[in-house]
Design a protein around this ligand. Structure first.
Ligand code: BGC
Length: 260
């Protein structure tokens, strides 16, 4: 089976690094036009756009802080101007925040995680759904995490934001389904990206991590991106309102392979 997204107009938030970058490339490879949203490192976004154009694809780089609703409105206006609308949104922009026990966390830092991971996804979904429900087609894929399900000491804002994204996905899916729009989440486990460099670049941390992963290896961004392309395509035309886990079995609780 060939996964194709020919002519689809896509936006990937946080598209210039990590999982976002791999998603941008996978969607472009499947034939989509891709808007690469970024907030820092414009040169990385520009390099991706050039790469896609050199392969005869269409792409543009768009600066916007997704936690700022006005910036998001401006970004969607720019996409309207260039492509006349949107068919696919990948809400990927996110941060995990500084490690701190909940009662020792800085409130502003805690809020920032929620503002980017949850409000950011909502702001973009809101603009996308106005367009998609009007045209009666479209797909939203929210990049969640295994931590929408697995508690993670030191990251209470992150886990809370991802659990909230899961329920946001279900509710938006229920609202938009009668209008022909699908809304899904994808929950990556440990994927080799800048967000967790301190883990995969340190042998002791890596040893500890692998004990949590039945497939016994860290995932690669492409392995998440491929699944996003499938979820966005007509190959998944009957799938909505659910989170797909891409985690090497992390949520299969490998500790229970013995004892209990
Ligand atoms: C986090 C990574 C972490 C992974 C598994 C992700 O959501 O961003 O830092 O390695 O979950 O715990």
């Amino acid at each position: 089976m060939d996964i194709r997204l020919d002519g689809k107009r896509a936006l990937v938030t946080g598209g210039n690094s990590g999982i976002g970058e791999a998603v941008v490339l996978a969607l472009a490879e499947a034939g989509a036009k891709v808007a690469v949203n970024y907030v820092g490192h414009p040169e990385a976004a520009e390099a991706l756009v050039q790469k896609i154009k050199s392969q005869k694809g269409e792409a543009l780089a768009l600066l916007a802080d997704v936690s700022d609703p006005q910036a998001v409105t401006g970004m969607f206006a720019a996409i309207d101007k260039t492509w006349g609308g949107l068919d696919l949104l990948v809400n990927n922009a996110g941060i995990d925040g500084a490690h701190a026990l909940a009662w020792e966390s800085d409130i502003a830092a805690w809020k920032k995680v929620i503002e980017i991971n949850l409000f950011g996804a909502y702001h973009c979904a809101r603009e996308a759904l106005k367009r998609m429900t009007a045209q009666k087609s479209g797909v939203i894929v929210n990049v969640s995490s295994v931590h929408e399900e697995i508690a993670w000491s030191g990251y209470s804002a992150y886990t809370a934001s991802k659990a909230a994204v899961s329920m946001l996905t279900k509710t938006l899916a229920q609202e938009a389904a009668p209008l022909g729009v699908r809304v899904l989440s994808i929950a990556p486990g440990a994927i080799r990206t800048p967000i967790n460099r301190s883990v995969w670049s340190d042998p002791d941390n890596m040893k500890d991590l692998l004990e949590k992963i039945p497939l016994d290896r860290i995932g690669e961004p492409k392995e998440v991106a491929q699944m996003v392309a499938i979820m966005a395509s007509d190959a998944a035309s009957y799938v909505t309102g659910r989170t797909v886990f891409v985690d090497g079995g992390m949520t299969d609780y490998p500790d229970f392979s013995h004892g209990g």
